[in-house]
Design a protein around this ligand. Structure first.
Ligand code: GDP
Length: 296
């Protein structure tokens, strides 16, 4: 279910409820079940949906609602608050400071949009007066360095990588050191997204992180991966200290639910979303407008 549809379904469920002459427990349950179904279809994890339903029931005590209060509004507000709460891990992510060297490591599965997002992130900051640089520490996928090089050249951002070196840790360290010497304030390390076995990928992430000591690790997730979002995000979080999430491909058939799962699994906020293939199709993520849009 795409974002707009989800908002429509939720609005309809609320409308149906407010059309009922008396809003009793049965009517509220029907409304919440309808909303839960809509959220599940939008790939919000089952446990999150169940928790939300329980929380709303706790907040919305029908007996306590004074006569004349707009119950629909109260329930709508409760849903809004619950969704905002799900997207807010309670602490902001580390924010790089302009002029102060900062290493940001990107992790995520192949195809998630990691390399594209590294460039978008660099370009976004470059426009704001930063001195970003890109390091390609993906030695697994043939063509990874070329892709990063092409993107970086287009955006006029310095880059580092190798066609021959097979040790990602070595490249990552060399790249970070070089750009520190060149006084770059935002050194972005792109990593591999695939390996012969998953365990090897996570071990590599751990090693690159240990060697480069990033100030921030960003987990990049494709918004269309559906219910797999939670487990995937959690697997990365267990290997490296993920501190922020970027959700890509929010254009087109994007589903909002994965974002909620990624936040829950990593206990980190979504900081940007990718909304297209181009360098500037990249938006700062803001919880409240996102949820407003979600609810239509
Ligand atoms: P990586 O394997 O994770 O490094 O993924 P890439 O950066 O190579 O991206 C995989 C594909 O997704 C490419 O075709 C990108 O152009 C595309 N892509 C990345 N981000 C977005 C996005 O926000 N929207 C859309 N529509 N496509 C994207």
């Amino acid at each position: 279910m795409v974002l707009g549809e989800l908002g429509g379904t939720i609005s309809r469920a609320l409308q149906q409820m407010s059309n009922a002459t008396i809003i009793d427990e049965k009517v509220l349950n029907e409304c919440l079940n309808e909303i839960s179904r809509a959220l599940l279809q939008s790939d919000v994890q089952f446990k999150l949906v169940r928790d939300m339903q329980t929380n709303i029931k706790k907040i919305v005590n029908l007996d306590d609602l004074a006569v004349g209060h707009n119950k629909r509004k109260i329930i709508q507000q409760a849903i809004f608050n619950e969704l905002c709460k799900m997207l807010d891990p309670g602490k902001p992510s580390f924010t790089p400071k302009k002029g102060k060297t900062c290493v940001v490591m990107f992790v995520g599965l192949q195809g998630s949009g990691k390399t594209t997002t590294c460039t978008k992130y660099a370009y976004y900051h470059q426009k704001k007066g930063w001195k970003p640089a890109l390091v390609c520490a993906d030695t697994f996928r043939a063509g990874a360095f070329d892709q990063l090089k092409q993107n970086a050249t287009k955006a006029k951002i310095p880059f580092y990588g190798s066609y021959t070196e097979s040790d990602p840790v070595k490249i990552a360290v060399e790249g970070v050191e070089r750009f520190k010497k060149e006084n770059c304030d935002l050194i972005i390390v792109d990593t591999s997204g695939r390996h012969k076995q998953e365990a090897a990928l996570f071990e590599e992430m751990r090693q690159v992180s240990e060697a480069t000591k990033p100030d921030l690790v960003i987990f990049v997730m494709d918004s269309s991966i559906g219910q797999a979002a939670f487990d995937q995000a959690q697997a990365f979080k267990q290997s490296v200290a993920v501190g922020a999430v970027i959700v890509t491909k929010m254009d087109g058939h994007a589903k909002g639910g994965g974002a909620l799962s990624a936040v829950a699994a990593t206990k980190s906020p979504v900081i940007f979303i990718g909304t297209g293939e181009h360098m500037d199709e990249f938006e700062v993520f803001d919880v409240k407008p996102f949820v407003s849009r979600l609810l239509g």
